[in-house]
Write a protein that binds this ligand. Structure first.
Ligand code: SAM
Length: 160
């Protein structure tokens, strides 16, 4: 998914060894209405269509307590992205920005994140609104909204 010839004006790519250092464990898959990248929103909206986070059964008990949150954070693997661009031209107009100054799916580790509205949980499937990824995108992680979350671990001494 990287092609040095397939660049927009002034974009810059680097040649990389195939990535093999970190091993992530996908915990399920995301079901959305979008089959083609051109149809996906650039960023999800909380009033967007209902999507599903379908967890592998082994993780169902890991959802205990999540129903207390209206908003949750979802991390996913943008598996169809190239990963070698260091400068990108979002508008294809010759103006480029560094990859780390963008939320483009094209990045060395194509992790997408969205804050989504948790509509309901049906067994191991979470119904949410606010996603922007293709149908079948691998699911990496789910966390409560950091603003609504109160740490459940004891306070740490001498840490401010
Ligand atoms: N909300 C996430 C973030 O900010 O980290 C992702 C934003 S990214 C701009 C969303 C775009 O990624 C979509 O509009 C679509 O073009 C692209 N995309 C969605 N699913 C993808 C996938 N599985 N692989 C590669 N690109 C994907």
């Amino acid at each position: 998914m990287s092609d040095l010839a397939d660049l927009r004006p002034n974009e810059e790519a680097v040649e990389l060894e195939p990535a093999s250092d970190a091993t992530l464990r996908f915990i399920g898959a995301i079901r959305t209405p979008w089959r083609d990248r051109k149809d996906c929103p650039r960023q999800g909206r909380l009033d967007g269509p209902e999507c599903q986070l379908v967890l592998d059964p082994v993780w169902h008990n890991a959802l205990a307590g999540l129903e207390d949150y209206d908003t949750i954070e979802v991390l996913y693997w943008l598996d169809q992205s190239r990963r070698d661009l260091i400068r990108q031209s979002p508008r294809s107009d010759g103006q480029t920005f560094g990859t780390f100054a963008l939320r483009s799916p094209v990045r060395p580790n194509p992790i997408g994140t969205s804050m989504v509205k948790l509509v309901r949980i049906e067994k191991g499937t979470l119904i949410v609104r606010g996603l922007d990824c293709l149908d079948g995108t691998p699911l990496l992680d789910i966390k409560p909204d950091r603003c609504a979350f109160t740490p459940k671990a004891p306070d740490k001494a001498n840490v401010y």
